[in-house]
Design a protein around this ligand. Structure first.
Ligand code: FAD
Ligand code: NAP
Length: 313
């Protein structure tokens, strides 16, 4: 029986592993279907993690020492995909891909949330090289420059507003002439002089070269007119897929409370509605979707796990 099973080896899961093992738990396993590190390993640069200010280091370089540090304190890693978590009496049964099962007293799920791709030409090619899904992470790279934002939901408009305080001009491209975002958010955006709404339009193509994105072609779907927006960063906010499938039972029902967008409802201790089950990082409600906050969540969850196990004894 594991003291704690951690699912997902991004910043939240690795930090949970560090705090759980260094806090004295002997039997802690991290289940990560790939190499540990999480989403940030796709990034070519990280500039907003306090204390880390090395411009020539990628997200992969940045995460390398995290796993070494965890393994040093006794965290075990199994490179396996978790299919499902179920509570059986007082403990949990974790079903791995292939059907093998593992028992654990507590579980911390840290499986993240993946930004959706819009599907235009060049999106994958220039992802992380001019095409971004994170204004907090990458907005500063476009200080006093023009950027384009794709999407018409709350996230797109809130992030456009955030970017408008850093960038010279923000062009919001939306495929319809009505916005999904809440009316007050839309009003606030409309009042901002350097935000320009380009409706009934899609990104036809993101183009560039070896050095990254050079510009985007925007197509008006009613007139077919193409506008070439050169020297712009492109921020895509077309929704998120929360990686929450491990929390569904065999009937597809969630084993703990979730909000309407599939994010796990936790309290400030990262406790879910199910005793002994914790969630941390980008998959939880109101996650700022930053490495530093995911790591903070992981530490909080692990400290709560230690307290929970002490109470069981
Ligand atoms: P993730 O990092 O998403 O990790 C989740 C892990 O769970 C993954 O490794 C996944 O393989 C694993 N997993 C999922 N399902 C299962 C399963 N069923 N079984 C086993 N394993 C599973 N943040 C910043 O603070 N600064 C930045 O500059 C920055 N830049 C970014 C650039 C890019 C290109 C991207 C994509 C993100 C960036 N972010 C940045 C955001 C940051 O990476 C995330 O907020 C952070 O990684 C979230 O950590 P997490 O541990 O919650 O989840
Ligand atoms: P969302 O509401 O699903 O909006 C996604 C937007 O992207 C929509 O405008 C959609 O267009 C557009 N889109 C989707 N696929 C596209 C594609 N392939 N190409 C071009 N455009 C595409 O996602 P979200 O903004 O991330 O919000 C998710 C949920 O979180 C929402 O329920 C939202 O209300 C909530 N949220 C709330 C707050 C808040 O309350 N402060 C903040 C952020 C998010 P269409 O409109 O035409 O479908």
């Amino acid at each position: 029986m594991l003291d704690c099973a951690i699912i997902g080896g991004g910043p939240a899961g690795l930090t949970a592993g560090l705090y759980a093992t260094r806090g004295g738990l002997k039997n802690v396993t991290l289940f990560e279907m790939g190499l540990p590190g999480g989403q940030i390993t796709q990034s070519s640069e990280i500039e907003n993690y306090p204390g880390f200010f090395e411009h020539d280091k990628t997200g992969m370089d940045f995460m390398d020492t995290w796993q070494k540090q965890c393994f040093h304190f006794g965290l075990k890693h199994e490179m396996k995909k978790v299919e499902r978590v179920a509570k059986t009496g007082e403990h949990f049964t974790i079903t791995l891909e292939g059907g093998e099962t593992v028992e654990a007293l507590t579980v911390i799920t840290c499986t993240g949330s993946t930004p959706k791709r819009a599907g235009f030409k060049g999106e994958d090619e220039f992802f992380g090289k001019g095409v971004s899904t994170c204004a907090t992470c990458d907005g500063f790279f476009y200080k006093d420059k023009a950027v384009t934002v794709l999407g018409g939901g709350d996230t797109a408009l809130e992030e456009a507003f955030y970017l408008s305080n850093i960038c010279s001009e923000v062009y919001v491209v939306h495929r319809r002439d009505e916005f999904r975002a809440a009316p007050p958010t839309l009003d606030r955006v409309k009042r901002k002089e350097n935000i320009h709404l380009i409706t009934d339009s899609v990104i036809e193509e993101a183009y560039g070269g070896m050095m990254g994105l050079d510009g985007v072609k925007i197509k008006n779907i009613k007139t077919n007119e193409i506008t070439d927006m050169q020297n712009t960063g492109l921020f895509v906010f077309v929704g998120h897929n929360v990686q929450n499938s491990v929390l569904k039972d065999e009937n597809g029902e969630f084993i703990c409370d979730m909000n309407d967008w599939g994010q796990v409802i936790v309290d400030l201790s990262m406790k879910t509605s199910l005793k002994g089950l914790f969630a941390a990082g980008d998959m939880r409600i109101e996650a700022p979707k930053q490495v530093v906050s995911a790591a903070g969540d992981g530490s909080v969850a692990a400290l709560q796990v230690i307290a929970y196990i002490q109470e069981l004894a």
